[in-house]
Design a protein around this ligand. Sequence first.
Ligand code: 6PG
Length: 250
Amino acid sequence: MAKPQIIVLDDSQALFVRAAEEIVHVSGEAICTHGQFALALTGGNTPADVYSLIATRFHLSVDWNAVHLFWGDERCVPPDDPDSNYGMANRIMLSKLSLDPGQIHRMRGEADPEIAASEYENELRNFFSLNEGEFPRFDLILLGLGDNVHIASLFPGSPALHETRRLAVAVEVDAPQRKRITLTPPVLNNAARVMFIVSGKNKAEAVKLALEGPRNPDKYPAQIIDANQGEVMWLLDRPAASLLSSSVAE
Ligand code: 6PG
């Protein structure tokens, strides 16, 4: 299991800037080594400021022609719905970039969840030229952390936490926007890098459980991430890291 790199930033603004810097860095590395950057975005509120920084201050630092954007999960709502993860990224970032539609691989939240999940699996198979039984290798997957330690739309007790074959599944979660589509654990763990972005005191308990709690991925889904072939990075602000027994302060 890859030991996660834990980086603690003084405050949320420093966290968001560091997250944007890491995304830029990984994009350059990926594009230099294999000509493209496959990035899976996270939803929720935390990444909004990161996406805004990427679209403005860091816009010129990314070779956008070589970037393909995916999502780790999506709520089953239309793309222009205020709760859509795609919609949030589009309002804040995509609308400010001149990407070709073929570079944006959204989960179709407006469709029947099972159909949308299967469609997304096909989209992943096609883009990554996967054979049966193979998993996509994203250059970077961004993850937030729910206060119940969920990641993407993999919630505590979800059968999807035990999915070993499928690439994306439809799930029902105990949260607003109950119906969702999510990437599965084998896809998340096949990434070259997984980067958590977690801000705020309200996440301190979840961070503690994820990183230092008793091992129980069913109860604490973030623990399922071990990026067996890749790197795992936790970017935390000081409030979110405040309950950790030891963390690298940066
Ligand atoms: C979603 C996200 C989800 C999110 C966490 C944290 O669709 O909501 O993918 O996993 O990252 O719930 O959300 P906040 O950043 O809003 O706290």
